[in-house]
Design a protein around this ligand. Structure first.
Ligand code: PBE
Length: 309
C-alpha cells in the first residue's frame, strides 16, 4: 500500500516537471536540480536595463504582423516601433556600442548574426511559427513568355554560406550589383548549374521587385547579375511587401525572390496564391523572431514584461 502511494506521488512529480518544461522557458528541472546547500549570492544581470519598445522594421513585413500577434499572445507591456531593416541594424549598432538594452524584430539569414553576438528569444507559444523557407515567385505568364528565365528561377537555390557571403560583401560596401558579380565569379560552377540552356536576353526587359531587406537584396542582385550577363535589360524596383505581392499577382512585373513561407508571408499567400506562380524554394531553414544582444539577461519572450518600463 505504502509503496503504491510512493509510486503515485513519484508519477505526479514526473508529470508536473514535464508540464513545467512544456509551457514555459524556465530552466529544465531535470537538468538543473535545485541545490539545497549554501544560499547563493543573488546574481546581478551583467548590464542593467529596461525595455520600453521593440525596434521593428517596415510595416508590410510579415514579421511585423507576427510581432503584433506575439504582443497579444504574451500580453507584452512594450511598444513596437516601425522602421526598416537598415534603421533596425543602425539601432542595434549604437545600442551594442553602448551596451544598452534593445529588442529587435530579427531574422536569419541576415549579416547581423555574423557582425554581433545575438540570440533569438525563445518563443514557447510559437507566435513566430517554425522553420521558414524563401521562395521564388513569378507572375503567371512568365513561364510561357520567358521560359528560360522561369527555368533559372526554378534552379536558383543556395545555402547559408552562399547568401551569407553576398550579404557580407553588401555590408562592407553597398555596391550590390558589383558584389553579386564578384560572388558569381567565385562560384561559377554553382551558378552555371542554375543557368538553363538558351538563356539569352537579346535586350528583352525583365523587372524584378524586392523589399529592402538584406536577404532580398542579395538574392535579387544575384539574379540581376546573371540575367544582365545573359543580355537581358533588368530593372530592380524596391517596393513595400504588399505592393510586391499584388504587383506580381496583377502581372505588372516579372518576379521576386524574397517570399518567406509558410508563415511570414502567409497572409499575402492567402490573398494571392491563385494569381502568382510559386516557382521554387531558394533557401531552407530561415527563421524569424525577437532578437537581443547576448549580454541581455533574458532568453525567453515571457521574460520581457519583467523589464518593461
Ligand atoms: N523579413 C525578411 C521579411 C521577409 C524577409 C523576415 C524581414 C518579412 O518579415 O516579411
Amino acid at each position: 500500500m505504502f509503496k503504491n502511494k510512493l509510486l503515485v506521488v513519484a508519477l505526479m512529480m514526473v508529470a508536473l516537471l514535464a508540464f513545467g518544461a512544456m509551457v514555459g522557458c524556465g530552466p529544465d528541472p531535470a537538468e538543473e536540480p535545485p541545490e539545497p546547500t549554501e544560499p547563493e549570492e543573488p546574481t546581478e544581470p551583467e548590464v542593467e536595463g529596461t525595455i520600453s519598445d521593440i525596434t521593428g522594421i517596415d510595416p508590410g513585413a510579415g514579421i511585423m504582423a507576427a510581432t503584433e500577434d506575439a504582443m497579444e499572445i504574451y500580453d507584452l507591456q512594450v511598444g513596437l516601433i516601425e522602421g526598416s531593416d537598415a534603421a533596425m541594424t543602425a539601432e542595434l549598432d549604437s545600442a551594442i556600442a553602448n551596451e544598452e538594452w534593445i529588442i529587435v524584430t530579427g531574422w536569419a539569414p541576415h549579416w547581423k548574426f555574423a557582425e554581433w553576438d545575438l540570440k533569438f528569444l525563445q518563443d514557447p507559444e510559437l507566435a513566430y511559427g517554425g522553420e521558414e523557407y524563401i521562395a521564388n515567385i513569378a507572375r503567371q505568364g512568365l513561364a510561357d513568355e520567358h521560359p528560360e528565365v522561369h527555368e533559372l528561377l526554378q534552379n536558383f537555390s543556395w545555402g547559408d554560406e552562399d547568401i551569407g557571403a553576398v550579404m557580407a560583401k553588401n555590408r562592407d560596401e553597398a555596391e550590390f550589383l558589383a558584389n553579386a558579380q564578384a560572388w558569381i565569379e567565385d562560384n561559377r560552377d554553382m551558378v552555371d548549374g542554375w543557368i538553363p540552356e538558351g538563356l539569352e536576353g537579346n535586350g528583352e526587359e525583365i523587372e524584378i521587385l524586392m523589399v529592402e531587406w538584406e536577404c532580398a537584396t542579395a538574392s535579387t542582385y544575384t539574379m540581376t547579375a546573371i540575367l544582365e550577363e545573359a543580355g537581358y535589360d533588368v530593372t530592380v524596383t524596391p517596393v513595400d511587401a504588399g505592393v510586391m505581392w499584388s504587383s506580381i499577382a496583377e502581372g505588372d512585373a516579372d518576379f521576386f525572390v524574397c517570399a518567406w513561407l509558410p508563415g511570414t508571408h502567409e497572409a499575402y499567400m492567402d490573398d494571392f496564391e491563385d494569381s502568382v506562380d510559386e516557382v521554387a524554394t531558394q533557401y531552407e531553414g530561415a527563421q524569424i523572431g525577437l532578437v537581443v544582444p547576448t549580454y541581455m539577461p533574458i532568453d525567453c519572450i515571457t521574460e520581457i514584461n519583467d523589464y518593461a518600463d
